[in-house]
Each structure stands twice: as C-alpha cells, then as structure tokens.
Design a protein around this ligand. Sequence first.
Ligand code: HEM
Length: 137
Amino acid sequence: MALKQLTYQDVAEHNTKKDLYVVIHDQIYDVTKFVDEHPGGEEVMLDVAGQDATEAFEDVGHSDEARETLGPLKVGELKRNPGDPKPKTPVPGAVAPAANNDSAGFGVGLYIILAIGGAAAYFAYQYLEQQKAAQSA
Ligand code: HEM
C-alpha cells in the first residue's frame, strides 16, 4: 500500500478503538489491530489516539522489538501545515550543548573571580610592603 501524506487534522479523525492512528516521529501508524495486543495496555494507547504519541512512546523506553513492531503498522507520513504543533522529536544535541555552555559560563566566571581576587591580593601586598618601607625609612 502506498504511503499516505496525512495532516494532524486527518490523523485526529482516527481516534477510536475501532479506528486508531498515532503519530510517532512524524510517521503515522494504524494501531487498530495492535491495541489489544499492546503489552502496555489499550488505555495508554487510547490516551494518544489520533495524536502525536512520540513523547509517550519514548518516555516508556520501548525496546527494539517494540520499534520493529511499528514497521508493518505504518500507513503514512505526517504532512505539517503552518501552525501545527512542532515536532516532538528532540533535535539531536539540542539540549546537551546548552547544558555544556552553562557550565562553561560558570567556569569562565570562576576564572575571572579568581583573577580579580589574585590581583587585589597582589596590590594589597605591594601596598603593605611600601608602607613598611616608608616607616623604616
Ligand atoms: C504505537 C505503537 C506502540 C507499540 C508498537 C508498542 C509496543 C510495546 C511493546 C512491544 C511493549 C513491551 C515492552 C517492550 O518491548 O518495550 C510495550 C510496553 C509498554 N508500552 Fe507500548 N507500544 C506502543 C505505544 C505506546 C504508547 C503510545 C504508550 C503510551 C504511554 C505505551 C506505553 C507502554 C507501557 C507503559 C509499556 C510497559 C508495559 C509493562 O512493562 O508493563 N506504548 N509497548
């Protein structure tokens, strides 16, 4: 069967147990026949019926076997319209570098504080030495 291009609106029409589509990573799956066999139960599947289930699916940490089960259930691809919700798929590396930048920012800040503290201590020492020299002169 040729793959269909469906919009969120099209997918949303398949939201009953007898006619059940979900979107995972922008792929559309017809899980009508699978819902009764789902080891996680039908309830969770009905919760995301006709919607983007990417987050729910990934949060569970489904096995490779579960991912393979998806293959034959695929009926189409999501066609995004302007104004549709953004993809739930996290952009690889989007979070990690931001976290790194934060810690790098702190690291640089720390160096600056140490450098200023060091300079202040140096000048204080110089000043005291001068005072001592002036007194003994
Ligand atoms: C639509 C495609 C889905 C497929 C093909 C699928 C398949 C599976 C499979 C094979 C398992 C057994 C454990 C494993 O192999 O990882 C499982 C478990 C589970 N699934 Fe799904 N699943 C789907 C969607 C979802 C969704 C949308 C949810 C929403 C929360 C969900 C929730 C769960 C939970 C909670 C378990 C754990 C059950 C347990 O360990 O008692 N699944 N699923």
